[in-house]
Design a protein around this ligand. Structure first.
Ligand code: ATP
Length: 268
């Protein structure tokens, strides 16, 4: 039987400080996640019910996974990642007991954030043609356990999910996400902030103009900006390798020359 990986809060390696821009999103998450997980006693029903489902949607690479991890860390919650693309092979064809095991585990290590990446592939359209029976069972079981959380205000478990395809989710699922937060492409100001965050601990030449870099990267996601910075960071290394290679060639040439002249002097 599968046992999803649990990351305890103090072992999560992403903090809010590592995430550039997305200030409003961070704030909303703090409000929705921190108190309900830390102080469930304040949410005893009525209008003040703890939120059990939050959906982050937007293009790939915009920082949804990072946000989920950072909020878990900040809330002191265990993080369980149930990305369908990685576990489908283990789950497929197995019965819904795996889902029960997931929620039991989540309760054991609570407070817990169950993060469902690519939620559309796991909890997509309920009546998709040709849908595997096992898949349907998993989905129904997941929803049943998820609904069960609503009747247990003391249970400190929250389902946080991410998708690039919110339109593939059916009404029943969408309704269960009480809050849906769009994580879109960064604006020019936000790209500048992301550059500053990504390069905060790096040695950067003084004349680097962050505003200009931001202006040149329209349409880039946070992930694209990270790749750009990594490539740039490699360029001095590449230069060094080139110089080392040149030096090496020079040395070899000199050695060969020396050897040649030695050879000719012994002949004479
Ligand atoms: P996907 O939908 O593909 O899973 P995602 O929205 O979950 O993407 P992440 O996995 O969180 O995106 O981001 C990918 C990588 O891009 C991160 O590991 C990080 O290095 C970088 N990144 C994305 N957004 C930001 C940001 N706002 N600040 C700093 N780094 C970022």
């Amino acid at each position: 039987r599968i046992r999803p990986e649990v990351i305890p809060a103090n072992e999560i390696n992403v903090t809010f400080a590592d995430i550039g821009a997305l200030d409003d999103t961070k704030e909303s998450l703090q409000e929705l996640v921190m108190l309900p997980l830390r102080r469930p006693d304040l949410f005893k029903g009525g209008l003040l019910k703890p939120c059990r489902g939050i959906l982050l949607f937007g293009p790939p690479g915009t920082g949804k996974t990072m946000l989920a991890k950072a909020i878990a860390r900040e809330a002191g919650a265990s993080f369980i990642n149930v990305s369908m693309s990685t576990i489908a092979s283990k789950w497929f064809g197995e019965d819904e007991k795996n889902v029960r095991a997931l929620f039991t585990l989540a309760a054991k290590v609570s407070p817990t954030i169950i993060f469902v990446d690519e939620v559309d592939s796991m909890l997509g359209q309920r009546t998709r043609v040709g849908e595997h029976e096992a898949m349907r069972k998993i989905k129904n079981e997941f929803m049943a356990h998820w609904d069960g959380l609503l009747t247990k205000p003391g249970e400190r478990i929250l389902v946080l999910a991410a998708t690039n395809r919110p339109f593939d989710l059916d009404e029943a699922i969408i309704r269960r996400f009480e809050r849906r937060i769009m994580v879109g492409l960064p604006s020019i100001e936000n790209r500048e902030k992301i550059f500053r965050t990504l390069l905060a601990k790096e040695k950067v030449e003084e004349n680097v103009d962050f505003a200009e870099l931001a202006a040149m990267t329209e349409g880039y996601t946070g992930s694209d900006l990270k790749n750009l910075c990594t490539t740039a960071a490699y360029s001095p290394v590449r230069e060094l390798i080139k110089q080392e290679r040149l030096k090496d060639q020079e040395r070899k040439k000199k050695e060969a020359k020396g050897k040649n002249s030695e050879d000719s002097s012994t002949k004479n």
